[in-house]
Design a protein around this ligand. Structure first.
Ligand SMILES: Cc1ncc(COP(=O)(O)O)c(C=O)c1O
Length: 135
């Protein structure tokens, strides 16, 4: 089994700790932190995007991504064991005006197949939130 919780399972090496201690820091809000700027530029370059933004937590990243990929009133379809569903509680409602539905009824289908919206909803259509498929 490969455990991908690298952020919480692995320990920084001595070189990593040294790099952290010696990093040039500045006011990130004023774009005066050259280390964060370099990290963002590297990430954007690696992923082929114009820009990237450093987010200090994955929960923050999830919440911002949900808000960017949806409109208030939308429903988020998430696997029942997903972090968003299990641990982020009312975050999508507070930050994005979103409702959450799990990978169990009333909708079915695999999120991995990219087809949840066409297979979902056994409830009355008049109570269905708009569904957008995002990958
Ligand atoms: C998919 C996913 N989202 C969010 C988190 C939460 O990370 P953080 O503690 O950085 O907010 C985790 C943590 O394991 C995660 O696996």
């Amino acid at each position: 089994m490969i455990d991908l919780r690298s952020d919480t399972l692995t320990q920084p090496t001595a070189g990593m700790r040294r790099a952290i201690a010696e990093a040039v820091v500045g006011d990130e809000q004023k774009r005066e932190d050259p280390t964060v700027t370099a990290l963002e530029e590297r990430a954007a370059d690696l992923l082929g995007h114009d820009a990237a933004v450093f987010l200090p937590t994955a929960t923050m990243g999830n919440q911002i991504a949900l808000r960017l990929l949806s409109e208030p009133g939308d429903e988020v379809l998430a696997e029942s064991l997903s972090h968003i569903f299990r641990y982020e509680l009312g975050g999508p409602a507070v930050h994005g005006g979103l409702a959450k539905a799990t990978g169990r009824p009333p909708w079915s289908g695999s999120l991995a197949s990219g087809q949840p919206s066409s297979q979902r909803i056994s409830r009355m259509e008049s109570f269905a939130a708009p569904a957008r498929s995002r990958s």
